[in-house]
Design a protein around this ligand. Structure first.
Ligand SMILES: Nc1nc2c(c(=O)[nH]1)N[C@H]1C(S)=C(S)[C@@H](COP(=O)(O)O)O[C@H]1N2
Ligand SMILES: [Mo]
Length: 197
């Protein structure tokens, strides 16, 4: 009896303020992929940002790295209720990638090798909020976690962090991506529990 009571009060006293509502902390790192893991060779990898005037900004592996990698420590929150806290990542910020991009469109569709897509408002990718990551936990990203490169948008549910990312396309409207077309929330803020709509 006292054991149960202690366990219960212990859990609520120890509730981690970094956990959004409905989330549980995990120590491992689950893999969630809607399809097979595409094999993407860094030597063939390119990343593009395409705008409404037909401009395509393109980086290969070397020119991408030449932009400069940043170390980021952040929490990630999956809509399936797991969160992983204080993960170390390395990547190029979207601020760097958008530095020379001119656009008047407010929305972005991220496209991945393998066909996955997800939509994000542009202003939620800038000001130190998002990266194209190539390392996590001190290692190059493994293929199942999106290697060689994935989007990292940690303030939104993790389905917005497109694995095997190959480019961003500017859009005038907030069109839904892969999971958003199947009922996931268009926006996906874990603190507001924007899970499904
Ligand atoms: N290309 C692609 N990116 C994706 C997915 C996917 O199926 N394909 N799944 C999303 C979902 S729902 C989650 S929770 C995270 C899982 O990333 P992880 O497998 O590295 O934990 O990737 C997101 N990015
Ligand atoms: Mo997910």
């Amino acid at each position: 009896m006292s054991f149960i009571t202690r366990g219960f009060t212990g859990r609520s006293r120890d509730h981690d303020p970094r956990l959004p509502p409905g989330q549980t902390r995990v120590e491992d790192w689950p893999v969630l992929s809607a399809g097979p893991t595409p094999a993407v060779d860094p030597a063939e990898w390119t990343f593009t940002i395409s705008t409404e005037d037909g401009q395509v900004h393109r980086w290969d592996w070397d020119s991408f790295h030449a932009l400069g990698l940043e170390d980021v420590e952040t929490d990630i929150h999956c809509v399936t209720h797991w969160s992983k806290l204080a993960m170390p990542w390395r990547g190029v910020s979207l601020d760097r990638l958008f530095a020379d991009v001119e656009t008047s469109q407010d929305f972005v569709m991220a496209h991945s090798y393998g066909g996955y897509t997800t939509n994000v408002p542009l202003d939620e990718l800038l000001d130190g909020q998002a990266w194209v990551a190539v390392e996590a936990e001190g290692e190059p990203l493994s293929p199942e976690h999106g290697g060689p490169a994935r989007l990292l948008v940690p303030h939104l549910y993790f389905w917005k962090s497109a694995k095997w990312v190959r480019g961003l396309v500017m859009m005038p409207d907030d069109d839904p991506g892969f999971w958003e077309q199947s009922g996931y929330h268009l926006h996906g803020d874990p603190w507001l529990e924007e899970r499904y709509w």
